[in-house]
Design a protein around this ligand. Structure first.
Ligand code: AMP
Length: 193
């Protein structure tokens, strides 16, 4: 697999699809940097930065933080990584068409191009079953169902957006973790060591 220093990988998937786990595993396997927007937001909230204070109520309610906050937080970090020559897997950003369009506008100046968008696909029933097994603060049943609703309404249109551009890779997320990882690596053209 030939990775160019300016390649960018994007991971999309509903909450509890395992996209964070997969982004982490793929980054490890291929020597990429894993940039998780959810973690960046949770860190900002915990450390009490101004951006974190503004985002807090949205995270607690299972809503998306406003686009300008997400764009500031994630694209600044992505630029730093690009300058450092790292190949990044973006996990959880973009999460709306506005974010995707802003990312597109800034790609050129960051010297990046989208190599692939990996969509992890899991049925709604399986997502609810998985949520019941987890214990994160925003995993209360009403918040879980809100986060899922937000995903279908605001984030899932990204799937068509990237499919139309021929950048989408669809992965069956209802398999054991290692099978999902293997499918992603095969689809992005990597050989497993
Ligand atoms: P996650 O861990 O990816 O499920 O993200 C946790 C929470 O962080 C989400 O429910 C949102 O409140 C916030 N968040 C993460 N990524 C974004 C984003 N790209 N745009 C807006 N809010 C986000």
């Amino acid at each position: 697999m030939v990775v160019h220093p300016h390649d960018l990988y994007i991971m999309v998937g509903p909450p509890n699809s395992g996209k964070g786990t997969q982004a982490h595993l793929i980054a490890d396997e291929l020597g990429f940097v894993h940039l998780s927007s959810g973690k960046a937001f949770r860190d900002a909230v915990e450390s009490g930065t101004q951006l974190g204070c503004m985002a807090r109520s949205y995270l607690e309610a299972g809503e998306l933080a406003p686009d300008p906050l997400a764009i500031d937080l994630i694209l600044d970090r992505l630029r730093e990584l690009a300058v450092g020559g790292d190949t990044t897997i973006l996990d959880g950003f973009p999460r709306s068409l506005q974010q995707a369009e802003e990312l597109d506008r800034r790609l050129v100046e960051m010297g990046l191009r989208i190599r692939a968008v990996v969509s992890i696909e899991v049925s709604e029933n399986e997502l609810l079953r998985r949520a019941a097994d987890r214990g994160r603060a925003d995993d209360r049943p009403e918040v879980v169902s809100r986060r899922l609703g937000v995903y279908w309404d605001i984030t899932s249109p990204l799937i068509d957006f990237y499919r139309q551009r021929g950048q989408l890779i669809q992965i069956n997320g209802e398999q054991p973790v290692d099978a999902v990882t293997r499918d992603i690596l095969a689809a992005v053209g990597a050989r497993i060591r």
